[in-house]
Write a protein that binds this ligand. Structure first.
Ligand code: GLC
Length: 437
């Protein structure tokens, strides 16, 4: 995508960010939506939230883990659907600044992450489950909803006025109200005025048909808008959004975004594979962690993050600033990512053979290197086949070994290899089939 404005180029370059879901729900240890899912008593939940005092929170410790994981930015919940605010807001005293902690957690987060050289983002839930007018909506409570919406706009203004440069704003919880009902266009205008470089995600409410950009390539999901927002946010899946920046958000556990006791953790290779898959398709991965009720990152996350960071220190050139690289069929062995004239073969399955054949690469290869060890590889390129030789029997890393192919130009597929079986015109294979009959 050569049309990315200069001010946003850092985003695809970064490829890997940390999503942080944290709030008083962490102390209940049943995920970020326990209030709704268990239909808890609002008053009792609020009492617990006001008494919540996570003394173990150390933003610098979080920031170090993120940097060492090779993450280049972070997005943290400023408030989730329960309405509790993690910053010093004038709009309500239901906040970490006004209640037990007496601290501005968001201010601490921003300072610590910037100090580690990361870009910073803020997640903000439009929804607030404590507010009857949110549920009633503008149809049933026009003045109540208008007042609630004004508070939302005022809080966004605060967040984007009081904390210096914010790189990303990440909305959520627009459902069931539309962009028009949230006055999202006004919100966008205000945000652009306050933070001209900010990236805004695409969850500002459904854009009504009349409002929609005609023929836009982006499918709308619930609460997602096609024409508002600078990047797409596929959630729990990794799907390219042609024509715009996108970032897949994923949990590092099996289920929830907020801390939950008894959670299962995806292994490091599965987490890394999500990053590699996103990069191979031209997008980012925003990998989530739910710190515990005391503000500590679960050790299961820290060890996985460190393993990915170790891998990125050796293989980062295949990820940062990479381009979509599914040039030819490589699914049998792994995924591929491109960058300039290089094609990176990221090998998920090391089979111990001393050679590997890649079929369908049209561009001449000048050099091949096993990036993991630095070993130069012999190779033979004949017609559409490239065979790499002299591979070690044992996998050179517990995670994914990477082979870098330096090509004579940007890697391109041979004609027949340009499409997968289920894409394109199947008749292009007729001659191939006929040759055997
Ligand atoms: C979903 C969940 C919400 C979470 C968000 C992250 O919308 O309902 O709890 O914050 O995903 O993308």
């Amino acid at each position: 995508m050569s049309t990315i404005p200069e001010k946003w180029k850092w985003f695809p370059e970064a490829r890997f960010g940390l999503f942080i879901h944290w709030g008083p729900y962490a102390a209940l240890e049943r995920g970020e939506q326990v209030l709704f899912r268990e239909h808890l008593d609002q008053r009792e939940y609020a009492q617990r939230a006001c008494a919540w005092n996570p003394r173990g929170f150390d933003a610098r410790a979080w920031a170090r883990v993120a940097r060492e994981a090779g993450m280049r930015y972070a997005v943290m919940t400023t408030r989730h659907h329960d309405g509790y605010c993690l910053w010093d807001t004038a709009a309500t005293d239901y906040s970490s600044a006004a209640r037990a902690p007496g601290r501005d957690f968001i201010g601490e987060y921003l300072e610590a992450f910037r100090a580690e050289g990361l870009r910073v983002g803020l997640y903000y839930s439009l929804a607030d489950w404590r507010i009857p007018a949110y549920w009633e909506g503008p149809e049933h409570d026009p003045s109540g909803f208008a007042a609630f919406r004004d508070t939302v706009h005022a809080q966004v203004r605060e967040l984007l006025s009081n904390y210096g440069k914010i790189d990303v704003i990440w909305f959520d919880g627009a459902w069931p109200h539309s962009a028009a009902q949230w006055r999202a266009h006004e919100l966008v205008e205000m945000m652009r005025a306050l933070q001209p470089d900010i990236l805004i995600n695409n969850r500002l409410g459904k854009v009504d048909a009349a409002d929609r950009v005609a023929g836009g390539p982006i499918a709308e999901g619930v609460g997602h808008s096609a024409s508002l927002g600078d990047f797409g946010t596929p959630e729990h899946h990794i799907t390219a959004e042609p024509g715009r920046l996108w970032e897949s958000c994923q949990v590092s556990t099996w289920r929830l975004w907020g801390y939950a006791r008894g959670e299962r953790w995806r292994p490091a290779d599965v987490l890394l594979d999500m990053l590699v898959e996103a990069a191979s398709k031209g997008g980012n991965l925003l990998l989530n962690v739910g710190p515990d009720g005391d503000g500590v990152l679960p050790p299961e996350f820290v060890t996985r993050a460190a393993a990915i960071g170790d891998w990125l220190r050796v293989h980062g050139e295949a990820i940062y600033g990479s381009e979509p690289g599914e040039v030819c069929e490589f699914v049998t062995r792994g995924r591929s990512v491109a960058r300039g004239n290089c094609l990176y073969l990221i090998i998920r399955f090391w089979d111990g053979r001393d050679s590997l054949t890649l079929a369908g690469l049209d561009t001449p290869v000048r050099a091949a290197t096993l990036l993991t060890t630095g070993q130069a590889l012999e190779f033979v390129q004949e017609g559409d086949d490239l065979t790499l030789l002299g591979l070690p029997a044992a996998p050179p890393t517990d995670l994914f070994p990477v082979i870098r192919l330096e090509c004579a130009g940007p890697p391109r597929p041979a004609d027949w290899a340009a499409d997968r079986l289920w894409q394109g015109d199947p008749r292009r294979m007729t001659a191939w089939a006929r040759a055997g009959s």
